[in-house]
Design a protein around this ligand. Structure first.
Ligand code: PXG
Length: 294
């Protein structure tokens, strides 16, 4: 049996799941989305993802024609329908089909909501064992005053441009800086460094997504009384950091051991990174909405 996709309140076969070529999500990137994970029948921090989706929507004056509760139930129903215990979930809300012209008022047929749940394509185990090599992209992160990176919109070209630079350099990820040279985030992950036993991450207001995994790591650090600071820092602090790692729903916590061909710390995944990773894995067993496959 093929994958069943949730599309505007109905389940349809993946091969028959279409949106209009007049959808403003496609024509202009006018829409919002979430990337969510489920672990052994538990949707990790689903409420946090749904809250962020509504925040993103509200920032672009997009009204989601569904209550948060109903949308959470639709996510769980999609997982159950596909009998998926460990999954990657993509939840998308677009402005819907409309005439040409970017005015959202042209979208008179209502928003389009779809949910895809599929098996997770994990990063190769070697990235976690040996650590990732990354580069700093020349492409700067969007200005918060232009298109705020806190909005998880369908317009991901800024990140894609940086991702292309990473691919060209033969690495998986690229670090993005703010217009004034502070470390913002990677193309699809937040960044943390460890320096003098202090865990540091950039404030999201300078131009980064309020990552759900980032949030989980901060809560673990606080619970374990790890010294933590949210502060602006520049590239040279990453170069001389003792440890560095990225966080994201897809990657979870992945160590970084080389950036711009410079070795970070001892060139191996750091002690605190591994400790946080263990704790994070424990959290994925309890922190979320449970469901059962019939
Ligand atoms: N920054 C950006 C720009 C992101 O897109 C994160 C940080 C991490 O946020 P979370 O909430 O996931 O901890 C993201 C999330 C994909 C994919 O398909 C991308 C993300 C998440 C899941 C899958 O590439 N990005």
């Amino acid at each position: 049996m093929g994958l069943s996709v949730y599309l505007n309140g109905k389940f349809v076969d993946r091969d028959k799941a279409y949106v209009s070529i007049f959808d403003h999500g496609l024509l202009y990137g006018d829409g919002v989305f979430e990337g969510i994970r489920s672990y052994s029948g538990l949707v990790f921090r689903l409420k946090g993802h749904i809250d962020r989706l509504y925040r993103s929507a509200s920032a672009i004056q997009l009204v989601i024609p569904m209550k948060k509760d109903a949308l959470m139930k639709a996510v769980v129903a999609t997982l159950k329908k596909n009998k998926l215990k460990d999954a990657y979930i993509r939840l998308v809300v677009t402005r819907g089909p409309g005439d040409l012209g970017l005015d959202p008022r042209k979208c008179r047929h209502g928003r389009v909501i779809f949910i895809i749940a599929d098996k997770v394509a994990l990063y190769p185990e070697r990235y976690y064992r040996e650590g990732l090599h990354i580069i700093t992209a020349k492409t700067r992160r969007n200005l918060p005053q232009a298109l705020n990176p806190r909005i998880k919109s369908l317009n991901y070209l800024n990140n894609i441009l940086a991702k292309l630079e990473a691919t060209k350099s033969g690495v998986e990820e690229a670090l993005m800086l703010t217009h004034d040279g502070y470390v913002a985030e990677c193309t699809g992950d937040n960044i943390f460094i460890v320096s003098k036993k202090t865990l540091i991450t950039s404030p999201t207001k300078i131009g980064a997504l309020e990552g759900i995994t980032r949030d989980a790591v901060i809560s673990i650090a606080k619970k374990r009384k790890i010294i933590f600071r949210e502060k602006k820092f520049k590239l040279n602090e990453v170069y001389k950091a003792d440890e560095c790692f990225l966080t994201g729903s897809a990657a979870e916590i992945v160590p970084v051991v080389r950036i711009d061909k410079k070795t970070i710390g001892r060139g191996k995944p750091g002690k605190l990174t591994l400790e946080l990773r263990d704790e994070f894995r424990k959290l994925t067993k309890i922190d979320g909405i449970k469901y059962k496959i019939d």
